[in-house]
Design a protein around this ligand. Sequence first.
Ligand code: GUN
Ligand code: ZN
Length: 435
Amino acid sequence: MNALHRTAHCGSILHFHADPGLHGDPAAYDFWERGTLIVADGHVEAVGPAAALLADVTGHMPIIDHGERLIMPGFIDAHIHYPQTDVIASGGRNLLDWLERYTFPAEQRFADADHAREVAEFFLDELLRNGTTTAQVLGTVHRQSVEIFFQAAAARGLRMIAGKTLMDRNCPDELRDSAAGGERDMRDLIETWHGRDRLHYAITPRFAATSSVAQLQGAGRLAREYPDVFIHSHLAENREEVSWIRQLFPDSRSYLDVYDRFGLLRDRATYAHCIYLDATDRARLAATGAGAAFAPTANLYLGSGLFDIAASDAAGMRFALATDVGGGSSFSMLRTMSEAYKVAQLSGQQLTALRAFYLATLAGARMLGLSDRIGRFAPGTEADFIVLDPQATPLLARRTAQSRTLSELLLVLMTLADDRAVAATYVLGNLQEMT
Ligand code: GUN
Ligand code: ZN
């Protein structure tokens, strides 16, 4: 047997075991000001206070000292569109206007494989520069958009979830598939990619407005046939969208009920936005195990509305943070945390910094059913982690020098930091080169 390839990373270490909730439950996380993370063959071997852990180490092991920098699990982005990389910062009066004017034209370019390849590489570079090591990603309607994305992610050893967008009505002809063709493509993609390397497939109807009944039935059929495949879509983001859905599906009790009737609510199902829900909808999400992607920069940028954290908590719903680029205005989960905090403020609610960091890491892993592998440090989990530099800019250095507690430090980081503070991103223990 080959000798294990082991490395010790020293620095401040933060990771979560559970939701710290409104009051920062200390049992929900570990924080060691001087901690050590021991990585062996791409996986976590041990984590804990540096002095104790290093005293126990036998044999030679390289030590990488990150000083006062903060080591934590890589960010998990619960909902993002890689083909919308070039749509970011495009304006648009509202969701439906933005889709027609900017998004659909940009997605049509993915009929060109070279374009898809170039965007996929740029997108993955950008995720890693921002410290995001796993994301749930929409492709376009083109099957090759997902094949190319998976090839690029596999070449970097990344854990990624992706799916071909299903869209057989209410869209430009160039972006239209058919119920039968979409289902065939999905089945082939699942058989080829799901579970290969670190990749997972997501059944991805764009939203109920752009899929026929036959297409949604096909999505539900595959969701039953492949219970560990993901389900990923949009839900109740914008008022005009919600009334359009009411016209298209007059027999459904609510927008959520459309997906429910087609068997699309279960564990490993994620719905982006979830703004215009009622108590029955939230209870149903909680009961089925489906989760919400809270995408504050997109919800603010497109003027869609405010995600209700308190109502989601009261219902016992799963939710996690997402950038939703290109409706979202930043690839940075730090920027996203800051906007989530402001959404809570505007709603008279509270989002602590500790909880924001939880929502950007372990909450995503849990919602996606991946917390045995990513999102936290425990022996055997995959060593996808980042190193944040609290002194990355003059203002950060000045302000964090005055932080007296972990909560204060985290609030300053999420309010002032962005990709400049991501000093390093490791995937399976390997340092990623930053572009
Ligand atoms: N609803 C349907 N498609 C989209 C999309 O591409 N982005 C967002 N934010 N919402 C959608
Ligand atoms: Zn989206």
